[in-house]
Design a protein around this ligand. Sequence first.
Ligand code: NAD
Length: 284
Amino acid sequence: MEEISHPRILSGLVVRDAIREKLASQVSTFLTPPTLMIIQVGDREDSNTYIREKINFGASIGMEVKVKKLKETITEAELEEEIHVHNTDTSVTGIIVQLPLPVHISKHILEHIKPLKDVDCLTAYHEERLKNGDVRSAPATARAIRTLLEYYTIPVASRHIVIVGRSRLVGGPTATLLRLSGAKVSVIHRQTENPKAISQSADVLVVACGVPQLITEEWINPSLHTVVVDVGIHRTETGLVGDVDFDRVKGSVSAISPVPGGVGPLTVASLFEHLVSTHVQSLV
Ligand code: NAD
């Protein structure tokens, strides 16, 4: 069996830094910079970390990120009212409701965000637009995956891309976005029979299943020189790990995105790219 000793590492950090530089220069030309409003329900430690990353990225490009922290016990009606306040505030460019929400609040609450302020692109409005071919409506993680592949000149048109996971947040929109780029996409989910046989035929394997280190060398056919994009993020006692077992697959793939330092930082940058372009649209 062919062994690839040094796969190419697809760092998202260098791509993120390039986007940061471009956005900072763009924002410096605005009379009034765009503002992001993050609504957080409760005080989850992982959410606090993701919010801090957004605040820091925003500050680094000269943008204000505001956080409205609400008590865990807030009712759906109260949260709806809070969203409405920011929908009508003309100084707010984009609104994010930080996920996950407490179990007593339905994800349908997101539908109350005005579509033009839904910079996470999680409302049915954007889902529909993406399906109809408008790539500007792709959620940040899907765009981050496409940007990573573009930056490292990994072709997707006519290639077989296998996506593990079909969530509304990641797997589903990534499949749609890559199909729009001309890829032949197969999607694996919990009920898929014989998933390893499908993933072994991938030119590019995108993994977003939420199961730590599920993907091992058994999912890869080394003769295809597969490119692996690991979207997963899990905090363990020994640090962050992805949905891919990096050490076990690295000898079988031609390129792989690391965790940390892969899709994660690029997702934050993609969110701000979208926010800045929303701001530009609002000026015309
Ligand atoms: P999710 O739980 O909503 O969806 C997981 C999907 O994977 C489902 O479609 C499910 O059917 C499928 N799946 C689960 N177990 C499977 C298995 N054993 N075999 C095949 N398919 C399986 O998760 P999500 O919100 O889509 O997130 C996926 C991963 O991406 C998580 O690790 C999450 O932390 C990470 N994530 C990363 C970023 C980023 O910016 N890097 C952003 C969002 C989510």
